[in-house]
Design a protein around this ligand. Structure first.
Ligand code: SAH
Length: 383
């Protein structure tokens, strides 16, 4: 890999409270510029990049092929800080959820889902979300901000730290796949998501192939092409309804980009073919979108699109205006899809005991804080 060039000039990130600059999230060009500022030659950037993103170093002292003087200089002015883990929760099924705090005190969640042949990290792209999908708990929380590229990469690095995954190769790796399916709409924060995923895919760093990365969108049609062209990752689309009438209500972004435009963008998604299908997510809502007629209509509208189906049993949250479809309704729905040639369309919920399943992120921490506030208010009354 050669050194990439950038059209823009590099503005170094703002220093932290202690005056040091965090290097996590910088790409090789930016590291080269940073090191050039210290009078160091370009090859040092390559070494530093490897220490940071291939070996997961958290300490400059470990960088044994760099001169002691340089290591001290780096430690003086720079940091290799991950996000701070506030809490880890472990599900009975091996799923782990981390609540991580950023420099400004905002918090996000990431989830690791171990399976027999893979370990998937579900990564957040925003604090909160603007989409207000009616069945999603994250959607009831207002958007606070986009995540920086460094905060997105940092979720991956943090998971590899905790899973002791650095240095493991191939089948031995515990984090083999990434889904951009955490909090937020990744295509509303495309530039930062792109920077982060480019770093994650770099073969001299974390080195996850684009085939092991899936980005899920509620249907930001104008950004889908760029996602395919510039990142080439797998695409998942949160469809959830087969008519504009219903989708307008439960996935409000549909009013801007209706079903037909969305499906046209899927047909044209760069690199899509029968070996690389688009995943359609469909949350099963009792008496809302789960009839056999819905299933047949779904088969009809997906005709001609290389597609995989992902039926997600609705994961409830406190106060949710929906219920999960009955197992019979889900099975009937799945049978119709299977007859039409879609294999294993039902997603087993993972980590639901720790509110780590789809649509449940952040809710727990927000609720906990609310209940702490309530307890404090009650205590104030008593005293
Ligand atoms: N904004 C992106 C990324 C979020 S991915 C998107 O919409 O695709 C999270 C996935 O979980 C989406 O498919 C979302 O529709 C689904 N989801 C949200 N709330 C859910 C819930 N309560 N139960 C099951 N799935 C849910």
């Amino acid at each position: 890999m050669g050194i990439e060039t950038h059209a823009t000039t590099f503005a170094p990130p703002a220093p932290r409270a202690d005056g040091r600059i965090n290097l996590i999230g910088l790409d090789r060009t930016e590291l080269a510029e940073t090191l050039a500022g210290l009078g160091e030659p370009a090859f040092r950037a390559r070494q530093l990049f490897g220490w940071m993103y291939k070996r997961g170093a958290t300490d400059f002292q470990a960088m044994s092929d760099m001169a002691k003087g340089l290591r001290a200089k780096l430690a003086d002015g720079f940091a290799l800080d991950r996000l701070q883990v506030v809490r880890q929760q472990d599900s009975f099924d091996g799923t782990k959820k981390w609540l991580a705090r950023m420099e400004d005190g905002q918090e996000i969640e990431s989830v690791h889902i171990p399976e027999e042949d893979r370990g998937t990290l579900c990564v957040s792209s925003q604090v909160g979300c603007t989409l207000t999908c009616k069945f999603c708990h994250t959607g009831t929380q207002r958007l606070v901000r986009n995540l920086e590229a460094s905060e997105i990469v940092s979720q991956v690095m943090l998971a590899r730290d905790i899973l002791e995954d650095w240095g493991r190769e191939g089948d031995d790796r515990r984090l083999t796949n990434i889904v951009m399916m955490g909090m937020g709409e990744p295509l509303y924060n495309f530039e930062n998501v792109k920077r982060a995923l480019k770093l994650v895919m770099d073969p001299e760093g974390i080195a996850l192939s684009r085939r092991r990365i899936t980005l899920s969108t509620a249907g930001v049609v104008p950004m889908m092409k760029r996602c395919g062209e510039e990142l080439g990752v797998n695409l998942a689309v949160s469809l959830h309804a087969v008519t504009d009438e219903l989708r307008d209500q439960i996935v409000p972004i549909n009013k801007k980009y209706p079903v037909k435009e969305l499906l046209d963008a899927c047909r044209e998604y760069p690199g899509v073919n029968n070996a690389r299908r688009i995943t359609f997510e469909y949350v099963m809502l009792k008496d809302v979108n789960d009839t056999p007629a819905d299933a047949r209509q779904l088969v009809r509208i997906l005709k001609g699109i290389p597609a995989k189906m992902n039926l997600i049993p609705f994961n409830p949250w406190p106060g949710a205006p929906f219920e999960c479809s009955t197992p019979e309704a889900i099975e009937r729905f799945a049978d119709i899809l299977m007859e039409a040639g879609y294999a294993s369309p039902i997603r087993t919920p993972r980590g639901s005991d720790i509110l780590a399943a789809c649509g449940q992120l952040k809710s727990d921490s927000v609720r906990q804080r609310a209940s702490q506030r309530a307890a404090a208010a009650a205590a104030a009354v008593v005293h």
